[in-house]
Design a protein around this ligand. Structure first.
Ligand code: HEM
Length: 212
């Protein structure tokens, strides 16, 4: 019998909800024109979906260790969720590289066109967490599996708990000033960086308590 796997519906629903949230917050309740949907807003929706899928990927095992009943279909879907999350992050990084200029992201740049301190810290967090995810994915390739010391290091509790912090740095320095100004939230909806950070915090605590 084929093992149960819920990856398809989880990925589909996460993508739909994330894209819907981005469209609702920025186009319907916010001021962003629809012409910006195919790149600027899609990038936000995809990065949120990536973040949620990666949180599931890293959080389901530790959640089960904490005694919460996680269904077989969800547990078996972890590999597909992780791989899809990584591919979405890759798309997000490529889209962000193309968009990254002071006209689109004024908040990240000084008037002379250099990065602000917060912009630099946020992008450093993004690039490091991207490379860590890449290395984590590589560790599952068969040609590396022989290198036991490398695998042990990269899948160790200490490495993963430290590595996750870079994703938090990416979101925190990008968004915290906006998070503290609810009056400026479009339609009262929190920014995507804050939604991502909330998922992160939940996933991080579960990992802290439940990862062996
Ligand atoms: C090379 C690596 C990366 C670069 C250059 C990058 C760049 C960016 C930029 C420019 C933004 C602002 C987007 C916007 O507000 O429209 C952003 C937001 C975001 N990034 Fe990244 N990122 C990288 C890696 C990552 C990784 C690894 C993750 C997930 C683990 C991630 C998740 C997010 C999320 C959830 C947002 C919030 C979107 C928003 O608030 O609009 N990014 N990133």
């Amino acid at each position: 019998m084929k093992p149960k796997n819920a990856a398809g519906p989880i990925i589909g629903i996460t993508l739909l909800l994330s894209l819907f949230y981005a469209v609702l917050r920025y186009h319907i309740l916010g001021p962003v024109p629809w012409k910006d949907f195919p790149f600027f807003i899609l990038n936000k929706g995809l990065s949120l979906a990536a973040f949620i899928l990666l949180t599931f990927n890293f959080g389901l095992g530790p959640l089960r260790n904490l005694g919460v009943k996680v269904s077989e279909g969800w547990l078996n879907s972890r590999k597909a969720l992780g791989m899809t999350g990584f591919l979405l992050v890759l798309i997000h990084a490529l889209m962000s590289f193309l968009l990254f200029n002071p006209k689109v992201y004024a908040a990240f740049f000084e008037p002379d066109g250099t990065l602000t301190l917060l912009g630099g810290l946020s992008m450093l967090g993004g690039v490091i967490s991207f490379v860590v995810l890449w290395a984590y994915n590589l560790s599952f390739q068969t040609f590396l599996r022989e290198d036991q010391a490398f695998i042990r290091f990269i899948t160790s509790r200490g490495f993963l708990l430290t590595a996750m912090l870079f994703a938090a740095i990416h979101l925190f320095f990008m968004g915290y000033r906006g998070w503290m100004n609810p009056a400026g939230w479009h339609g009262g909806l929190p920014p995507i960086s804050l939604v991502g950070f909330a998922f992160f915090s939940f996933g991080y605590v579960i990992n802290l308590l439940g990862r062996n």
